[in-house]
Each structure stands twice: as C-alpha cells, then as structure tokens.
Design a protein around this ligand. Structure first.
Ligand SMILES: O=C(O)CCC(=O)C(=O)O
Ligand SMILES: [Fe+2]
Length: 323
C-alpha cells in the first residue's frame, strides 16, 4: 500500500532564496522533490524517449551487441532483464548505462580509471547517440542549478559545488525499461535502495511506479508532466552529517504497460574525498540502520571507491571481469 504523493514541486527559475528554502525543507523531510522551471525543452526528452523505445523493441541478440561486458572498465552498455541486483535480488528491468563521453586519450581514461571512457551506442538506432549526449548536457545544467540552491540552503557560497566537487563531476545516466509486473508478483523493478552521489534527476513516462519511503510509510512519486523528480544521494547525507536525507526508494510497474525511465545521477568528482562539512559534522545522531547495512558517514576514501563498492554489489558477475 502506498499513499498519494505529498512531495513538493519547486520552481528553480526564480531568485535563489525562495527555492533554496523550499529545497532545505524537502531535504530535511524526505530528500525528494519535483523540479520545475528548469528550462529543458520537452523536445529533448521526446527525442530520447522515441529512440529508447526503438532500442528496447530490438531483438535481444541485437541489444546484446552493446552488452555491458563489452564496455570494459568504463562500465557502459546494455544489461538484460534480471541482470542487475539492486537489493541482492534480480530487478525486473533492462537498461543501458551511459556516462560522460570521454575520448581514449583523456588523462583519466589513459590512467585506466574505472567508469571513465566512451559510451556504447547501438548502430541499429543511430539517433540515440545525439539524443543521449544532448540530454546529458542539458541535465548537467539543471543539476548545477539545483546544487547552487542546495549550497545556498546550507549557507555555503552559491558556487560551492560547481567550483569544487562538481567542477569535474561523475555523471552516470541510465535508460531503464520496466516490463509490466505480473499482478500479485512480489518482484521489484528496482529493489529498495538509496542513490550514491549528490543528486538524481529522474524523467519518467506516464506509467508511474516509483515509491519513496517517508516516516508515514511508502508514498508514490507519480509522473508530473514537465518536471523532474529530484532526490539527494548518500554524499549529500554525508556532507551534511545527516542533516539532509538520502531516502530509500523503489519501483514496481503495475501499470500493465512498458515503463521507461531516465535517471541522471550527478555526483562528486571520482577522485574527491567527501568529508562532512565542518559546520554540519555532528548535526544528527545516526538514524535507524540503513538498507545496505552501510553507513555513508563512516566511509573513508574517495567517492570513486564508494561508487565502485556499490556497483560491484549490484553487478556481481561483472565486477570480477572488468574491475
Ligand atoms: O526508474 C525509476 O523510477 C527510479 C530508478 C532508480 O531509483 C535508480 O536507478 O536509482
Ligand atoms: Fe534510485
């Protein structure tokens, strides 16, 4: 059972102060809100959606031509239904992983850094390439704009993130296809989890299925046309000493239709350590034990190390091969 959505809609187009206070309230509450006034033309998402539907309609063997195990350490490409284990169980979804498009001679690629490199694009749907790259650029702008407001909400300089953690951000982007869940099944499209980085901006089609954990129980985050669902990840929880919340969420597609979603993850520089902000280090005591048994505040190391530990849990069969 879920309750109807109670998540706020925040217009980010106005002067910083109003939306920053709304973001503060949302991040203190569920860590989830809708973003409007973002300026991304609907056409970009329309092109992405059309190309993605063409891709998923291909025969499995053709989709496997960009299989993840061909992406090497860059960790890009297609995985079939059941190929990802978010909460230790196979998810009822297939998808394609993308990230920042880096040429082979980029210093981080030459240094062999995992998760860095070229994307894999399907030759059968050539228009997907331009649609994905244009979308990544547009969403990077939205994410920097939201982080500017997050910075203001924390009494930090407005360019705190853009000049630091996200001067060279870790950008991960996925296109997911959730087949309909059989009635009464207890399979999840995505098992319950929190996101790993700073923030996620999600576009979803009209089918719904995303659920968010709140103190009052699970609530729906239904599609609202022209908005992105934004939620904060473990690194913002960690930076703020738990003042802001990285909240559990999950997906079950009970619409009876094929659901597509487009989560865009905007995360700190792979090489950065992300210690608690001095003013926030001790704001709250640790809460209830987390979904993954891990405590993002206790972790030491770089964001890249945190991310790789997570990724190798959800793709156990790949982690030995490519990392
Ligand atoms: O598909 C969705 O609605 C959400 C996906 C998600 O939570 C994730 O990929 O982290
Ligand atoms: Fe998520």
């Amino acid at each position: 059972m879920t309750s109807p959505s109670v998540l706020p809609v925040i217009d980010i187009s106005g002067p910083d102060d109003g939306p920053a206070r709304q973001i503060e309230a949302a991040c203190r509450d569920t860590g989830f809100f809708y973003v409007t006034g973002h300026g991304v033309p609907a056409r970009l998402l329309g092109e992405l959606d059309a190309a993605s539907r063409r891709f998923f309609a291909l025969p499995e063997a053709e989709k496997l031509e960009i299989s993840m195990d061909r992406g090497g350490p860059a960790w890009r490409g297609y995985f079939p239904v059941g190929g990802e284990l978010t909460s230790g169980r196979p998810d009822l979804k297939e998808g394609v992983y993308f990230g920042t498009e880096l040429p082979d001679d980029h210093p981080r690629v030459r240094a062999g850094l995992p998760l860095h490199g070229r994307n894999l694009f399907p030759t059968q749907v050539p228009e997907l390439r331009a649609a994905v790259l244009a979308y990544l650029e547009a969403l990077t702008g939205v994410a920097q704009a939201v982080l500017r407001l997050v910075a203001v909400s924390l009494d930090l300089p407005a360019d705190y993130f853009a000049a630091g953690y996200t001067a060279e951000p870790t950008v991960l982007f996925r296109i997911f296809h959730y087949p309909p869940s059989p009635p009464d099944s207890d399979d999840w499209g995505v098992g319950q989890h929190t996101d790993y980085g700073l923030l996620t901006l999600l576009a979803q089609d009209d089918n719904g299925g995303l659920q968010v954990r709140t103190p009052a129980g699970w609530v729906d985050a239904p599609p609202l046309p022209g908005t992105f669902v934004c939620n904060i990840g473990d690194m913002l929880e960690r930076l703020t000493g738990g003042w802001y919340r990285s909240t559990l969420h999950r997906v079950r597609n009970v619409s009876g239709n094929e659901r597509l979603s487009y989560p865009f993850f905007f995360d700190p520089d792979f090489m950065a350590e992300v210690p608690a902000l001095p003013a926030r280090a001790r704001t709250t005591a640790a809460g209830e034990p987390r979904w993954d048994g891990a405590d993002p505040r206790a972790f030491t190391g770089t964001y890249g190390e945190y991310l790789l530990a997570k990724v190798s849990k959800v793709f156990p069969q790949l982690s030995g091969e490519v990392l």
